[in-house]
Design a protein around this ligand. Structure first.
Ligand SMILES: Nc1ncnc2c1ncn2[C@@H]1O[C@H](COP(=O)(O)OP(=O)(O)OP(=O)(O)O)[C@@H](O)[C@H]1O
Length: 589
């Protein structure tokens, strides 16, 4: 409840505003416009700020919402309350169709794709006869509750701001959940997300639909507020402006969308009113000044105004409460075959003319720590990527717990009980250590987006967080659990990755250079942690350049050179092996 206090206070203030006797009616109109814009921006926060998918085309989804209700209420006489779900469904269905194509685009192609369909849909709205072409549709009935018709700006105000507050609540619920973590994980790229069972295309499509539905809701309200629609507010320029709103307010924050809407709507209004007076009606000066002010604002607050403002607010979110008594059921571990959990059998990987891995074979048994060593470019990371499904084999096979594959998706390998860390740390810097580690337990949770939106996921979520905390304590980072991962040292971030991997309850742990960046004491602690994991029944395969660390820890060592396995054996034998000394150890520092 205390968590929701700022929202309740905000709702009370917004509810009281129309009753202030001296409130100029025009301000209420401005607040209505801010609310409409905030709904679209909130979707963009999730899509662009949190999910990393830049869209210039959101105005088109407002158009779907607005035109759906305009047609159905004027041509078919349907009640606006009936057209509300239909407007949202139409926006959502178009989002599925456009999203299926768009979310697969990457880099510059994604925003370009959204501009393309933003432009295309604008022309569609202005050319279709039944949508009234350029003139649009007028005489749209107002919203009404019984005899109360929401004709004035100060009555529809309540509908608009109820929608804004409700959507803010739902969006915050979604972000504070297993699904929300999956969305936030996407911003760090697909690789880490996929390694823990998150399905990026599906998650992106979900965000895409959610943002479109919010825009559709804004369009529906707009149609009944203006009582007329035409294509202009749903064109590419409006799409760009919505993105501006989100970025100015703070694209990573739900309330950034609302604040951005307030800044942009008020700024435009003030400039439109005062600049022509100051400059005697000269040209389109307000557009130029508006653009310059937004650029200046972004220079001052590159992450948007919300995070800057939040530092001044008295409410600070406390750390998440964790109930240590909650436990997640262990994952069903697949059985090892002939005591081997992992069998790499004549694995080969060619990149064009480069043979990165050349018929390499080795295995990892149960309760065993195996180290994969070799000079730079020997093929260690490529072998790791073959095992984890990030690369497909050119020849040979890999089997995990008896399941043989040539190419498998990372999510499928994770489901077989394999969990990994990365050579280049892949944490979400602006998420806490606890939230990052909880991503590791993604496949152990079950609550989906709908449950998260409605807050029906709390017991599932509490168990996931309790498990994440347990793993953080296990690796010795309890004091850092509520810190942002990006504020930790590189060595600590590597340990956080291990906690995240452990959160998946793996049978086989793959560690890519876990000791890099660690101090001597930290390495010793890591070695004793890995030994205790092995003694507890886990198998570990690690790539590492620190020979002191490897030789004191590994049960068996596999040595690669130029993609070929040149030796395999116990650490003492490897240290004395002349081929290994020549290829690697002799040159090792
Ligand atoms: N995607 C790729 N395309 C082309 N060549 C690649 C690719 N990935 C790796 N290679 C090449 O394959 C070889 C093995 O690289 P890999 O990164 O697996 O070595 P490594 O043993 O992990 O090296 P390091 O210790 O430096 O991380 C190198 O010659 C590398 O240039």
């Amino acid at each position: 409840m205390a968590q929701r206090l700022p929202l309740i206070l905000f709702a009370l203030v917004m509810a009281a505003i129309p009753f202030i006797p001296t409130m100029p009616p025009f301000w209420i109109v401005l607040l209505d416009n801010i609310g409409l814009s905030a709904l679209v921006a909130m979707g963009l926060v999730l899509l662009t700020g949190v999910g990393g998918l830049t869209s210039f085309g959101q105005a088109a989804f407002c158009g779907f919402g607005a035109y759906t209700t305009a047609v159905l209420t004027t041509a078919y006489g349907l009640s606006p309350w009936l057209t509300l779900p239909l407007s949202l469904v139409v926006s959502g269905v178009f989002a599925v169709a456009l999203g299926l194509i768009t979310v697969r685009l990457s880099g510059h192609y994604l925003p370009l794709g959204t501009i393309a369909w933003g432009l295309g849909l604008f022309y569609l709205f202005s050319k279709l006869e039944f949508l009234g072409r350029n003139d649009g549709i007028s005489a749209i009935p107002p919203l009404a509750i019984g005899p109360l018709k929401m004709i004035d700006p100060d009555t529809i105000y309540f509908a608009i701001w109820t929608a804004v507050i409700l959507c803010a609540l739902l969006t915050m619920n979604l972000l504070d959940s297993r699904t929300g973590r999956a969305i936030r994980a996407l911003r760090r790229g697909h690789v880490a997300a996929e390694a823990f069972g998150i399905q990026p295309p599906r998650t992106k499509l979900l965000v895409f639909i959610y943002a479109a539905v919010l825009a559709g809701l804004s369009g529906w309200l707009y149609a009944h507020f203006q009582r007329a629609v035409n294509p202009t507010p749903f064109g590419a320029q409006a799409g760009i402006e919505y993105l501006f709103v989100a970025v100015v307010g703070g694209a990573g924050y739900v309330w950034g969308g609302v604040l951005g809407a307030a800044i942009v709507v008020v700024l435009k209004e003030v400039l439109q009113d005062y600049l022509p007076v100051l400059f005697h009606g000269e040209g389109q000066l307000e557009t130029i000044v508006f653009g310059m002010m937004l650029v200046a604002l972004l220079q001052l607050a590159p992450n948007g105004v919300w995070p800057w403002l939040v530092r001044l607010l008295p409410f600070k979110p406390g750390p998440k409460a964790i109930d240590p008594s909650l436990v997640l059921p262990p994952r069903r571990k697949p059985a090892a075959i002939d005591d081997s959990l992992l069998i790499v059998d004549h694995a080969r990987k060619e990149f064009g003319g480069v043979i990165a891995v050349n018929d390499v074979s080795f295995d990892v048994g149960t309760r065993e720590i195996v180290a994969l060593i070799g000079p730079n470019g020997a093929g260690k990371s490529t072998t790791f990527n073959l095992i984890t499904g990030m690369l497909s084999l050119s020849a040979g096979t890999i089997s995990v717990s008896g399941k043989v594959f040539k190419s498998a998706k990372p999510q499928d390998i994770t489901k077989l009980g394999v969990s990994r860390t990365f050579q280049h740390v892949k944490l979400v810097a602006d998420m806490t250590v606890l939230e990052n580690v909880a991503i590791g337990a993604h496949l152990r949770g079950h609550a989906g987006a709908i449950k998260s939106l409605l807050r029906l996921d709390r017991s599932d979520e509490a168990r996931l967080l309790a498990e994440a905390m347990r793993q953080i304590e296990r690796v010795g980072l309890a004091d850092q659990a509520h810190m942002l991962a990006g504020n930790l040292s590189l060595g600590q971030q590597r340990i956080v990755e291990i906690a995240r991997a452990l959160c998946a309850d793996p049978a086989l742990l793959l560690l890519d250079e876990p000791a890099a960046g660690l101090r001597h004491m930290e390495k010793q602690q890591l070695a004793s942690l890995l030994r205790s994991l092995r003694d507890g029944g886990m198998s570990v395969l690690l790539v590492e350049h620190d020979m002191g660390f490897v030789m004191g820890l590994a049960d068996r060592v596999v040595v690669l050179d130029f993609g070929t396995r040149i030796a395999e054996g116990r650490p003492d034998a490897i240290k004395a092996n002349p081929d290994v000394i020549r290829a690697y150890l002799g040159g090792a520092p």
